[in-house]
Design a protein around this ligand. Sequence first.
Ligand code: MN
Length: 375
Amino acid sequence: MPKLPDGSEKGLRGHAEERGVRARIGMAPRAGHIDRDAAYKRIATEEAWTFPDLVKAQLAYLDSGEAHDDSLRMAGMFASMPRLQDMLQDLGELRLAHMDEYGIDRQLLLLTSPGVQVVRPGEGTALARQANDIAADACARHPDRFSALAAFDPRDVPGSVTEIERAMATLGLNGAVLNSHFQGHYLDEAAYWPILEALEAHDAALYIHPTAPFNAPHYKDRGFFGALGGFPHDVWLHTMGLIFSGAFDRFPRLRLVIGHLGECLPLHLYRFDWMQDNADGVPGLRGGQPAVKLKHPVSHYFHHNIWITTSGVGWEPAIKFCMEVMGPERVLYAMDYPYQQSSDEVAAYDRLSISAEHKKMLMEGNARRVFNLPA
Ligand code: MN
């Protein structure tokens, strides 16, 4: 059993009282057995990695004091965890051993947060190229086990367009990943739309992965800049910003993937449509913004342009709800290795009470289609 960064083995912990609480709210018990003869492959679609030159560049930027960005402070925190770094930086034996232990057939590799977008300006695109070369090499060495998304630094728009094209056309990567805001900026700003155009042109799905919110003492001071608040909120903002900017009307074949069960967004589709209807075409109703008139209700974009993954949320009632409101073809399995890893969570997917057809879509088929993975 691999240990977590703090040396504990959280996946094995479980007091009787805790198990009782978990059972009451419909969570799977921790103790579980992975089906080694499952009728589906397990493709995990939000699996993190990094490499030494990137960590070095992030730490140099942090030490320079030039940037005030909590996502950079988060990079510093992760860099100080040697056991975590061992797992993040390994694209061979250690990672494959953990995949075998958990029954994961294929990992989709995403350059971990905050990625190349939080290094000194001017260094990001070269680091993206290096990242994509390393990832492509790992995929070539283990074609049956690894696929990867392309990194890019959106602060360099022409460089991003060129790198997305190279990663898709030359390296054969399977889409692109952005770790949400880039020092307080988002892709809904018109300056970055050539990147959206390139993603659409190359049929590259864009995975927007969380990072810590920019300069957010109100999160940090309460200990919420990570998965308990800042992460989902920042991707929430990025996704809703893209929708309300009209990006999907302008680029209707643009495909967006967000993790952690859609960062809670699917739960609110009803209210989004209601509020949009209320404010449609009315200037100022959303707080002084110009009037917005989208071609479709907000929920339309969740049914045509957006896919979600289950990273870190192996919880049956929530997964079933998302499959019901998004459609079973729009929900993909992810583990979130190495930040979350648990055989019990994998076993919970094996036990999900959904049809065999939907199970195979969740664990395997949807990922193949969204990321154009080999059969
Ligand atoms: Mn993740």
